[in-house]
Design a protein around this ligand. Structure first.
Ligand code: PGA
Length: 243
């Protein structure tokens, strides 16, 4: 794992945007695996600026997102489709019909999951997968558990995740309890992985990710065996790494 420590959130976001822009510039028709959450907001702002300055062109890019809440339509302000449209897609020259987010409203979730994985395969796989990390070590909505899943699947959210995400909703009760998420297999098949984290709150999990054992209780720890992982963190998130 390549670990890059930047001074603060802005520098982390800028550096991560450069990594993504590099992939797009090397392969204009690449497949970007994208993520939601507070962490990538700054990185998406940087990508918007780079696009406006004509330093990166998204016109041939396809994107696939990691996850979506079950039960929220793409118009719901807390859905991940809505997040992606408002934080990135509406502001860059990407073809929206080539942006994929799991559909949280489908009746047949199993079929939706199967189709999602087939689509990624048909696209030739993900060139770079962007990841945030939950305080509990989740990536996408692959929560700590006795078992991990290969493919895209329906999952319940961990209590700690519901609590963490309740900051975006009026109350804990309104946070969806289920989601569709890409599995660990889907993430690990990406050619490159870029994980970003900032702030003191992430310091403990980043230290475990970088220096701890591989465990299904820390789903992100499986990234230790991927051949091309870059972790970009700010100084606060790096503060508990020993070496
Ligand atoms: P955050 O979420 O970026 O809002 O901290 C990260 C995650 O849960 O994956």
């Amino acid at each position: 794992m390549r670990i890059i420590v930047e001074k603060n959130y802005e520098a982390m976001s800028k550096r991560a945007a450069e990594e993504i822009a590099k992939v797009v510039n090397n392969k204009p028709n690449c497949v970007l695996g994208l993520a939601t959450g507070s962490t990538p907001e700054g990185l998406y702002k940087e990508l918007i600026s780079l696009n406006k300055e004509e330093k990166v062109d998204f016109s041939k890019v396809t994107s696939v997102n990691l996850d979506e809440y079950v039960g929220l339509s793409g118009e719901h302000p807390q859905s991940y489709r809505y997040f992606m449209n408002t934080n990135l897609f509406n502001h860059i020259n990407i073809d929206k019909s080539r942006t994929f987010v799991p559909n949280g409203l489908v009746k047949d979730i199993e079929e939706e999951c199967k189709r999602y994985d087939e689509r990624i395969n048909e696209l030739g796989g993900i060139d770079i997968q962007l990841l945030g990390i939950g305080n509990n070590g989740h990536i996408g909505f692959n929560e700590p558990s006795e078992f991990l899943y290969m493919g895209t699947h329906l999952t319940g959210l961990a209590e700690s995740t519901i609590e963490a995400n309740s900051r975006f909703f009026d109350s804990m009760d309104e946070v969806p309890k289920k989601a569709i998420t890409m599995g660990l297999g889907g993430i690990m098949k990406a050619k490159k992985i870029l994980l970003i984290a900032n702030g003191e709150k992430k310091a403990e999990i980043i230290a475990k990710l970088v220096e701890g054992k591989i465990s299904t209780q820390i789903p992100a720890s499986i990234l230790q065996v991927h051949h091309d992982v870059t972790i970009i963190v700010d100084e606060a998130a790096a503060s508990l790494i020993k070496k």
